[in-house]
Design a protein around this ligand. Structure first.
Ligand code: LMR
Length: 394
């Protein structure tokens, strides 16, 4: 038997639990204040428009719908990007962020001529390791987070980048780092970009949370745009699972930024030959929803509001959880709950404390102490705080 998945396995265990007070803070999926899945109003309206057009169910192309992937990359790079004007890129519609990472991994696995090494931050989303291993790479790790300060280890990160073998690949979380919720500042990103250039490293950005970190898609694109302006070539995996709430529709995009339009054409032709035997072509419905939202100003504005609704509710819950822990008399500093950003809080809870939360109180979270803040609601925040206090008090 293979072990259960580090994240999705938790949902399986949660489903079997009979405790009426159970709370699932494992997987990163947004919930409304009643702990119910939330279909974004912009998505509901987009679907109405799609149904009214009675669209057919033909195959799309191997790399999906042009209207989708062109808008997706515009969202990441900004519509005034030189890369777009010079056509120095190739984008493909993929099966969510995971699919985009996997196709990018397969492409590099076949054509990468440098060190067969992908550097992943410690900690990182567990699937990164598996994806790049399955793409034929060895995995190395780099310092990112300091458990003592519960924040970014700036010097540790710079030192690690400086020591990486030339021409190896470095996986970067574009925004709202999963699981820590700690992102570099603009100045730190500038330095990261500088070191990556000096060390001849190849960046692979995973952007699963654009709009979810700050509530603003432009602000969250800071790192990717900075690397684009600095002239890097890189891979970018985008996911619309979180920011459009299209989890099960599997909507994502892979873009490979190239050094010329001519190179981009060659890369595109090879990406196609990889996708065709993997899954032939991507599903159409989710991408059609995204297209409807992208192409209509009014719907786009509603989407931006939806993003703010999700980001603000999550920020509010961070505040409440922290206040409740202090009210309960916790002696620990829970400042990091409100300092961190995005979907998750990296609580700093130890393995035994996590086990107690799950076994005694039916609160489900990943073993590394990550909780999905998006699953905390005004109804369960009191219970969650009490249980955390219970397992952390001396
Ligand atoms: C998570 O980290 O919880 C999400 O990215 C969902 C997943 O696929 O793991």
């Amino acid at each position: 038997m293979a072990p259960p998945d580090a994240i999705l396995g938790i949902t399986e265990a949660f489903t079997k639990d009979k405790n009426p007070n159970k709370v699932n803070l494992g997987v990163g999926v947004y919930r409304d204040d009643n702990a119910k899945p939330w279909v974004l109003p912009s998505v509901i309206e987009a679907e109405k428009r799609i149904f009214s057009q009675c669209m057919n169910k033909e195959y799309t192309t191997i790399i999906g719908m042009r209207e989708f992937y062109n808008k997706a990359i515009e969202l990441a790079l900004g519509d005034d990007s030189d890369i777009l004007k010079e056509k120095r890129y190739t984008s493909s519609q993929c099966l969510g962020g995971t699919g985009a990472l996997r196709v990018g991994g397969a492409f590099l696995g076949l054509f990468w001529r440098g060190e067969r090494l992908v550097h992943i931050p410690i900690p990182s989303w567990p699937n990164h390791r598996s994806i790049f291993m399955h793409s034929g790479f060895k995995i190395a790790t780099y310092s990112y987070y300091d458990p003592k300060t519960l924040g970014l280890t700036t010097q540790g990160l710079f030192d690690a980048l400086n020591k990486m073998p030339e021409k190896s690949i470095v996986l970067l979380h574009a925004c709202a780092h999963n699981p820590t919720g700690c992102d570099p500042t603009k100045e730190q990103w500038c330095e990261i970009s500088h070191i990556i250039r000096c060390r001849k490293l190849y960046p692979f950005f995973d952007m699963a949370y654009q709009g979810f970190a700050t509530g603003d898609t432009d602000d969250d694109a800071l790192a990717v745009r900075l690397f684009a302006n600095d002239g890097h070539t890189f891979c970018l995996a985008q996911s619309f699972s979180k920011n459009m709430g299209l989890y099960g529709e599997r909507v994502g995009a892979l873009t490979i930024i190239c050094s010329s339009a001519e190179e981009a054409k060659r890369v595109a032709s090879n990406v196609k030959t990889l996708i065709r035997p993997m899954y032939s072509n991507p599903p159409v419905h989710g991408a059609r929803i995204a297209i409807e939202i992208f192409k209509d100003n009014e719907l786009y504005k509603i989407w931006m509001e939806d993003l703010k609704t999700m980001a603000n509710r999550t920020i509010g819950m961070r505040q409440e959880l922290r206040e409740k822990l202090i009210e309960l008399g916790s002696k620990q500093s829970w400042e990091h709950i409100t300092n961190q950003i995005g979907m998750f809080c990296y609580t700093g809870l130890k393995l035994e404390q996590v086990a107690r939360l799950t076994n005694e109180f039916s609160i489900y979270l990943t073993k590394d102490g990550r909780i999905a803040m998006v699953g905390v609601t005004s109804k369960n925040v009191g219970y969650v705080a009490e249980c955390i206090h219970n397992v952390t008090k001396e």
